[in-house]
Write a protein that binds this ligand. Structure first.
Ligand SMILES: N[C@@H](CCC(=O)N[C@@H](CS)C(=O)NCC(=O)O)C(=O)O
Length: 208
């Protein structure tokens, strides 16, 4: 049994989607970030930077933090979405999500969605960077069906929940034909819908 410590955010959804995709039984333990649950001593023991998501694999008595590391762990354990022959490509797109897509779009959420009007510089900077990321992903998806090649992998699972916040971004997913095609196709996968709803059964992936 896997226990998923999480919150209803793009980083949190990466792991519920993966667990649904590989068909593992899992239990969700909610970490209420607004209530500072992430700083409680018990949680910090398994999450040194006080961040969700974390999983505990109770079968092995092993806890894993950092969503990219969790995806790799679950992919290796299940033998899914992480083809041994394609790992060099998958790792690059996964690391690009971890180092660029998530952190930059996360800042766009902070300045544009949660705190508009507080910093013109921050709003402009992350709006521009997010637009660039849309363009860069669109270019990649013009040449390739999925991010790392012909197959759906953990790189797509890591990236998709960030684009699922497209309504907050005000960039216009409809203007990016290839990114939209990829987004819509993944949003129709049953496991993705179940994983997306892991904390709120009424949510559906927003369609462009
Ligand atoms: N690089 C980390 C980022 C995780 C992250 O930023 N989690 C946020 C929620 S999406 C969090 O737990 N924030 C709480 C805090 O920093 O206090 C990962 O991918 O796991």
């Amino acid at each position: 049994m896997i226990e998923l410590f999480s919150a209803d955010t793009p980083n949190g959804k990466k792991i519920s989607i993966m667990l649904e995709e590989i068909g593992y039984e899992y239990k969700v333990t909610k970490i209420d970030l607004g209530n500072n649950d992430q700083f409680k001593a018990e949680f910090v023991k398994i999450s040194p930077f006080s961040k969700i998501p974390v999983i505990t694999d109770h079968e092995k008595n092993e806890s894993i933090f950092e969503s990219g590391a969790i995806l790799i762990y679950l992919a290796e354990k299940s033998g899914k979405f992480y083809d041994k022959n394609e790992r060099l490509k998958i790792n690059q797109w996964l690391m690009a999500q971890m180092g660029t897509v998530g952190p930059m779009i996360g800042q766009h959420h902070q300045f544009h969605h949660y705190n508009p009007g507080k910093s013109e510089f921050g709003e402009e900077r992350y709006f521009k960077i997010t637009k660039r990321i849309y363009q860069e992903l669109d270019s990649r998806l013009k040449q390739s069906k999925f991010l790392a090649g012909e197959d759906y992998t953990i790189a797509d699972i890591a990236t998709w929940p960030w684009i699922a916040r497209h309504e907050w971004h005000d960039i216009g997913l409809n203007n990016f034909e290839n990114l939209k095609r990829w987004y819509v196709e993944i949003s129709k996968r049953e496991a993705v819908i179940r994983g997306f709803q892991f904390m709120n059964k009424n949510q559906l992936p927003p369609q462009p």
